[in-house]
Design a protein around this ligand. Structure first.
Ligand code: PLP
Length: 300
């Protein structure tokens, strides 16, 4: 099993005719390079949960997710790295054939429990888990929580964030964005592209992870690029991801980073940036999720 390789992270310049003409500096922080399975931001969000589990002498970590969840697979991989057992509590009926993501999680030693959508939304645990709950360290769905945000704030330690005027990232639970806000400076604007449809409670969920002082920092969530909802896609998005790869050789995933980059390029077209803006885009990984797509859709 590969370890996490923080040395592999690079900041790449994105040079496309478009941004060159507008004199806008676009850079992308390649967190996708840290590990083939533990996707970029998930490691940063998990690290303090794992630490807490170890200090509490828990044997097992458990968390929640859907059949294609990057968080579930990252939890399985991170548990294995630290010799913890892992449990995935998965939304919906057990399918005849497990998704690629869940197969991978099982091969990393994760035990899966499938629960109905109703039990899932109430977070009602199966009895087998309740019986041994004292041995288990439970992590919220998507790693949402303060320890997750504090972990994500350490993303700034691996690159000098200070110099950028804008930082863009994709938003699911908002935990990563909250971490980036925590580590941002007063001159910076932090923008999150929400990948869920009309997830208007996200602002208050992010605010819950921030101190009063951090709440006054300059941040914004944009809701216009969900493409109809979580893990929804269309031809335009897929074509964009292919074209972006052709021009930059950077792969993106269709759930998070494809939508993030699509949004930034759309905003470039709409001229919302000023020349000499220095933009950092966080490539948060998630590439394993593309394995649920038909084989010939993406050129990478
Ligand atoms: C989970 C995930 C996100 C969203 O992170 P949140 O902290 O839940 O907002 C973004 N990008 C990728 C690739 C992810 O896997």
């Amino acid at each position: 099993m590969n370890t996490i390789d923080l040395q592999a992270i690079t900041i790449d310049k994105i040079k496309v005719p478009f941004s060159e003409k507008l004199k806008i500096n676009l850079s992308i922080l390649r967190l996708d390079k840290i590990h083939p399975i533990i996707s970029g931001n998930k490691w940063f969000k998990l690290k303090y949960y794992i630490k807490e589990a170890l200090t509490q002498h828990k044997k097992t970590i458990a968390s929640f997710g859907g059949a294609f969840s990057n968080h579930i697979i990252a939890t399985a991989a991170a548990a294995k790295l630290y010799n913890l057992k892992s449990i995935g509590i998965i939304r919906g009926e057990e399918p005849k054939k497990l998704s690629h993501t869940l197969q991978e999680a099982v091969s990393l030693g994760m035990k899966l429990y499938f629960i109905s959508r109703i039990n899932y939304s109430n977070k009602t645990l199966p009895n087998e888990i309740i019986e041994v709950i004292d041995e288990i360290y439970l992590i919220n769905e998507g790693g949402y929580g303060l320890a997750g945000a504090v972990g994500a704030s350490s993303i700034s330690e691996i690159s000098s964030f200070e110099k950028y005027s804008h930082i863009y990232c994709a938003v699911g639970t908002g935990t990563m964005l909250a971490g980036i806000i925590k580590s941002s400076s007063p001159h910076q604007k932090i923008i999150g592209i929400s990948v869920l449809k009309n997830n208007l409670s996200i602002e208050s969920e992010i605010n819950q992870l921030l101190t009063d002082e951090e709440k006054t920092k300059d941040f914004q969530i944009i809701h216009d690029y969900s493409f109809g909802g979580y893990a929804k896609k269309n031809d335009e998005l897929i074509e964009f991801m292919n074209e972006f790869y052709r021009q930059t050789k950077i792969p993106t995933d269709f759930v998070y980073t494809g939508k993030l980059l699509f949004a930034i390029f759309d905003l470039l077209k709409k001229n919302i940036f000023k020349s000499d803006d220095d933009i950092l885009i966080i490539h948060s990984g998630g590439l394993q999720g593309n394995s649920s797509l038909a084989k010939d859709l993406l050129i990478f």
